[in-house]
Design a protein around this ligand. Structure first.
Ligand SMILES: Nc1ncnc2c1ncn2[C@@H]1O[C@H](COP(=O)(O)OP(=O)(O)OP(=O)(O)O)[C@@H](O)[C@H]1O
Length: 602
């Protein structure tokens, strides 16, 4: 799989980038707005053509208007000029509106598509990706594309039309002088292409560096308390500054290449204009052309030169946007590993869930040589509660991930209600499972919205009922705005016990037949733990429950205890059986629950 950082490295060597071709990826977005694009092109053509009329009008004024010594004629020329100027103003403003509209429209659709795509990528992609870097692609790269599709593309087209029109008119006005000017064009164009490649390479590098810096910033700001606790302020600031500096240096090089390109273009163009004036002036003296014709020619050559200079700048910008489009394409090209099959089986509905692990083996992709689950067989009857215990790193949470189909087993099969998970639509599967994780994700929204995450269409009454069932209602009612209280980003304003009860309320609302509980006791005081335990007991009633158990109360209540070690099930039975057997469970129970027993005895 091409993870984000690996693909950076792959494209940084420049092999895959030679042209503006990545921009073609965006053409389907333009195709959705054919009318606006057509109107923009029409406005663009009109504005360019009107501009091309101006020098001819000036020439007629000089040669006939002033020469004819007829004020009425001069007046009519000026009147026509005003009309031309009005038409130019209208066409230009319409062009500006349409072109900018298209830029904004396309980029908002690209952003939505990239985000939607990212939400579907599998867990294994995120194991190796940096969310900050992806965020940078979503914002910085799309902004560059907006510039390209808005201003730059229209500038390019306008200047191309202007250049071609002006060049034709130059030849019409004076073929002799045109030869001098047109001879300079290849001298300008060839270096432009060379510089363009340089700019593209360097700006891609600048964007990549910036994305790395963003990834670092978002990670550090996300755990700012740890950062401050270890007094890493200066070190982190230094590291970020160094990344930003590297991005600046890369950008500086890109700017230098562009500056050199602009200077070079202006020099060659200016020199050829001076040469034209020189020769043209002597032609006027010798009567080969009129003063008006020379003015007209000069205006056209200035237009042509201006367009060419603008084109060289636009080429740089479009190249930058091509780099950005390429980075986004890389993201869009990553296929989710876990996807619904072409013809997903509908999950057989039974009141509760029956789960089968059949010779399941699994290793994480980034540690393929280290199987985390080995040849595991486990059947859980509908409505049964199975407690999974085992030392840290035994593979307990991985079992949950496999059941939610965040990953697929390397071998073996997992079945829910008799259907293999790989035959199901993952969304259908996950609708049947409620997960209460160890570390609950709380979002920067209201308490009610956070609970409704379990079932977004739930009514306020249902949310309140779920909060009551999860014993979260008392602390929510005590808050200033009750269910409308906004919690800080990632729920920083809630305590550990409160967060867990919100997670339980979500699961209550989801009302799924299978419940996966990852117990966490470390964050809770005795009172909160009692409340959380009561809420969980209620939630487990009548559901098939798989619980990673850390509490004695849970294992005592479970129908069966499964003991895992090194990805294998090493013991199965009840608390009494396993304690008597004197194996791993007896040892774990002594260590883990011994203190609880003593506390209970006091
Ligand atoms: N995303 C991942 N990528 C690579 N390895 C992982 C990943 N998640 C977990 N592991 C590894 O898999 C092994 C099992 O982890 P798992 O979280 O399933 O254990 P656990 O029994 O739930 O442990 P704990 O009780 O400490 O939560 C560990 O060695 C861990 O390092």
């Amino acid at each position: 799989m091409a993870d984000a950082s690996a693909s950076n490295a792959q494209t940084q060597n420049g092999k895959t980038r030679k042209s503006l071709r990545p921009l073609t990826r965006l053409l389907p977005y333009l195709a959705r707005h054919k009318v606006m694009v057509g109107a923009a092109i029409a406005a663009l053509f009109s504005a360019a053509l009107i501009t091309l009329v101006l020098p001819a009008a000036v020439r007629r004024m000089i040669d006939y208007g002033f020469g004819a010594d007829d004020p009425a004629l001069v007046n009519s020329y000026f009147a026509v000029l005003i009309v031309v100027v009005c038409a130019l103003a209208t066409a230009s403003s319409v062009r500006y509106f349409l072109v900018m509209w298209i830029g904004e429209r396309v980029v908002s659709e690209v952003r939505s598509d990239v985000f939607a795509h990212m939400t579907r990528l599998s867990a294994s992609f995120y194991d190796g990706a940096k969310s900050g870097e992806i965020l940078s692609r979503l914002t910085a790269d799309t902004t560059q594309i907006k510039a390209a599709f808005g201003a730059s593309a229209s500038l390019a087209m306008r200047n191309l039309i202007m250049f071609m029109g002006a060049a034709v008119m130059m030849v019409v006005t004076s073929p002799r002088l045109s030869v001098i000017v047109l001879a300079a064009i290849p001298v300008i164009l060839i270096p432009i292409l060379g510089f363009g490649r340089q700019v593209r390479k360097r700006s891609r590098f600048a964007q990549d560096t910036l994305a790395d810096a963003s990834a670092y910033a978002s990670e550090m700001l996300g755990s700012v308390k740890t950062l401050q606790a270890f007094t890493h302020e200066d070190r982190s600031a230094g590291r970020y500054a160094a990344s930003v500096e590297a991005a600046f240096q890369a950008a500086r090089k890109a700017i230098m290449a562009r500056a050199a390109l602009t200077g070079f273009a202006i020099m060659v163009i200016g020199a050829s204009i001076v040469a034209v004036l020189w020769i043209g002036a002597s032609d006027v003296f010798s009567g080969r052309i009129t003063g008006g014709e020379l003015s007209q020619f000069l205006l056209y050559s200035i237009l042509a030169a201006g367009s060419l200079a603008a084109l060289s700048e636009v080429w740089g910008e479009l190249s930058q946007a091509a780099g950005a489009a390429e980075r986004l394409s890389e993201l869009l090209d990553i296929e989710p590993e876990i996807a619904a099959p072409a013809h997903p089986v509908a999950l057989p509905e039974t009141p509760r869930g029956a789960i089968h692990f059949d010779k399941v083996s699994f290793a994480y992709r980034n540690a393929e040589h280290m199987p985390v689950v080995r040849d595991l067989d486990l059947s859980i009857a509908p409505g049964e509660t199975v407690a999974v215990v085992g030392p840290s790193g035994a593979g307990k949470s991985t079992l949950f991930s496999l059941l939610m189909r965040f990953y697929d087993p390397v071998s073996g099969a997992i079945r829910l209600n008799g259907a293999s998970l790989t035959d199901l639509d993952p969304q259908d599967l996950r609708r049947h499972i409620a997960l209460v994780p160890q570390d609950t994700a709380i979002f920067g929204a209201s308490i009610a919205e956070n609970i409704a995450y379990g079932r977004p269409e739930a009514s306020r009454e249902e949310v309140v009922a779920a909060a009551r069932a999860a014993l979260a209602a008392p602390f929510i009612d005590a808050m200033a705005d009750g269910y409308d209280t906004m919690v800080g980003e990632r729920g920083v304003t809630l305590s550990g016990g409160q967060r867990q009860r919100i997670a339980i309320a979500r699961a209550v609302l989801k009302d799924a037949p299978v419940l996966l509980l990852d117990e966490a006791t470390s964050a809770l005081d005795a009172e909160s733990e009692r409340l959380v335990q009561q809420a969980l007991d209620k939630l487990m009633e009548g559901r098939t429950t798989l619980v990673i158990a850390h509490r004695l109360a849970t294992v005592l209540k479970a129908d069966r205890i499964v003991v895992m070690e090194d990805g294998r099930i090493v013991e199965t039975g009840t608390h009494a059986d396993l304690s008597a057997a004197g194996g791993l469970y007896a040892k774990l129970a002594r260590l883990q629950f011994g203190a609880e027993k003593e506390a209970a005895a006091v």
